[in-house]
Design a protein around this ligand. Structure first.
Ligand code: CMP
Length: 139
């Protein structure tokens, strides 16, 4: 069915000027961009966003990275958009990402893998609410 998902171009992607290329892929796929903002993520928001990774050894590094420069936060709408956007990104580790995916084409390391996407309907709802007010999204 129709879904909304939270997507993000991470600081490495924004810094490298990949925003237009990634937005073009989203448009070609047919997803509707219902929310979009370039922003620097507050530390508290980042810790909340990545709460499930709090006990991991790379948590501090992850929060430093994601707050270290502007990101582009996106709300995408489309048929099966949650799994579909993750398929477009490819595997978390770019070495395992299928050819033609964003991570295969543009990334080399797990730590700096250019984009994020919600992994389930519950995550999508939580992450969209963390980054967008209702009034900021298209109806
Ligand atoms: P993402 O799936 O967007 O959210 C969790 C992030 O943790 C993941 O992207 C990676 O960027 C990051 N991550 C996962 N494993 C590692 C790791 N071993 N070292 C550094 N970062 C990691």
């Amino acid at each position: 069915g129709m879904e909304r998902t939270f997507a993000m171009i991470k600081p490495d992607g924004v810094r490298r000027g990949l925003t237009p290329e990634i937005l073009a892929r989203i448009a070609r796929k047919g997803y509707r961009v219902v929310g979009l903002k370039q922003m620097v993520i507050a530390r508290e928001t980042a810790e909340n966003h990545y709460a499930e990774h709090r006990e991991r050894p790379f948590f501090g590094e992850l929060v430093d990275f994601i707050t270290g420069g502007p990101v582009v936060a996106l709300a995408l709408e489309g048929e099966n958009a949650i799994a579909g956007w993750r398929a477009m990104m490819g595997a978390t580790n770019p070495a395992n990402a299928a050819p033609g995916t964003i991570r295969a084409d543009f990334a080399t390391t797990t730590g700096e893998n250019v984009t994020h996407g919600s992994d389930s309907p519950g995550s999508a709802q939580r992450e969209l609410a963390l980054f967008f007010h209702d009034g900021e999204l298209l109806a």
